[in-house]
Design a protein around this ligand. Structure first.
Ligand code: HSE
Length: 327
């Protein structure tokens, strides 16, 4: 893997006590965006995970969870471990990295919880090392974490927007070809996370291995329409194209009253509603904040009426991905 790493400049010990400390934030993201299974994702504003790295000479890694979220005790099961290992291997020199996680996105929520942790970790380590890697390379490292939780398939539709920000298309994976698309300023996203357990692995296992050509034709028409809608700033085209005939039919059974919820959300004025990533979160896109807030309330009522607790977020789509935070 190419990098901007200069082999003459491997000193990372610039902070006091020979420990370099960086604290980074990476945002929540909505993968798939309806029709773009595994190839499209967008960045939410405001909600995300924080990861600190402490880097010094040595050879090893530790991870400490400083939040209420339940994370695996076994470091080998934490998404950050394979992501940082891949990065340290590419760096080419052993280092000691001690990681502290402040998890704000509920694991298994469907808004890129695992990707936000991996993204914040690789972003922080890259800063601590003096930026030896390009952002696109960080996406590849973070994808190792996604591989761990998805049952072996690396995908970047959460990791890429979490690192780069904005709306992102993975034109291809071999090699990774990332295209950043324009973010329409007026876009707002309402997301509801019902308290239902759906793991990414389980949500991928229900998918067919092959799809009929007639569905493929519909789906690639929609992906083309979505990309064109974003590029042209055509809000109605985006709404029409955000429609998934391949994956959603197999996954919506995990989300009680999914079809009825969509009817209510569209009646409230949203442009489109789909499953967020592997679920169970559901997102709706609106072209103004007032509509997005009203849609969020419709979503909340839908689950509360079924005695299912839920969290609702109403956020702008953000052009900013992972970043260093101070304090
Ligand atoms: N594209 C992925 C999926 C996102 O839908 O399974 C979840 O990580």
């Amino acid at each position: 893997m190419d990098s901007r790493f200069n082999s003459q400049d491997r000193s990372i010990l610039s902070d006091s006590d020979n420990v370099k400390h960086i604290r980074a934030f990476a945002p929540a993201t909505v993968a798939n965006m309806g029709c773009g299974f595994d190839i499209m994702g967008m960045t939410l504003d405001g909600v995300g995970d924080i990861v600190s790295v402490y880097v010094k000479d040595g050879d090893g890694m530790s991870i400490r969870n400083e939040s209420d979220a339940e994370l695996p005790e076994d470091m080998e099961k934490n998404v950050i471990t394979p992501a940082l290992r891949a990065m340290i291997k590419a760096y080419g020199s052993p280092i000691q990295v001690d990681v502290v996680i402040e998890k704000k996105i509920a694991p298994g929520s469907g808004i890129g919880s695992s990707a936000a942790s991996s993204a914040a970790a690789v972003f922080a380590l890259n800063e601590a090392l003096g930026r030896p890697f390009f952002p696109e390379e960080l996406v590849e490292f973070a994808m190792e974490g996604e591989k761990l939780i998805s049952g072996g398939t690396p995908h970047a539709d959460n990791a890429a927007p979490a690192i780069l920000g904005g709306v992102v298309l993975m034109r291809g994976y071999e090699p990774l070809d990332i295209v950043r698309l324009p973010v329409l300023e007026q876009f707002c996203c309402s997301v509801v996370h019902p308290a239902i357990m759906v793991s990414t692995k389980m949500a991928r296992e229900v998918l067919p291995k092959e799809i009929p050509l007639r569905l493929a034709v519909k789906q690639w028409g929609n992906v083309g329409g979505l990309v064109a809608g974003l590029a042209l700033g055509d809000v109605n085209l985006i709404g029409r194209a955000m429609c998934d005939v391949v994956v959603e039919p197999h996954r919506k059974r995990f989300i009680p009253g999914f079809d009825a919820l969509r009817e209510k959300v569209l009646a409230e004025g949203a442009l489109a509603m789909n499953i967020s990533g592997a679920g169970p979160s559901v997102f709706a896109l609106s072209s103004d904040m007032e509509t997005a807030a009203a849609v969020g309330e419709v979503m909340r009522r839908h689950f509360e009426e079924m005695d299912i607790a839920c969290d609702v977020y109403v956020e702008n789509i953000s052009n900013i991905g992972a970043r260093v935070i101070h304090g």
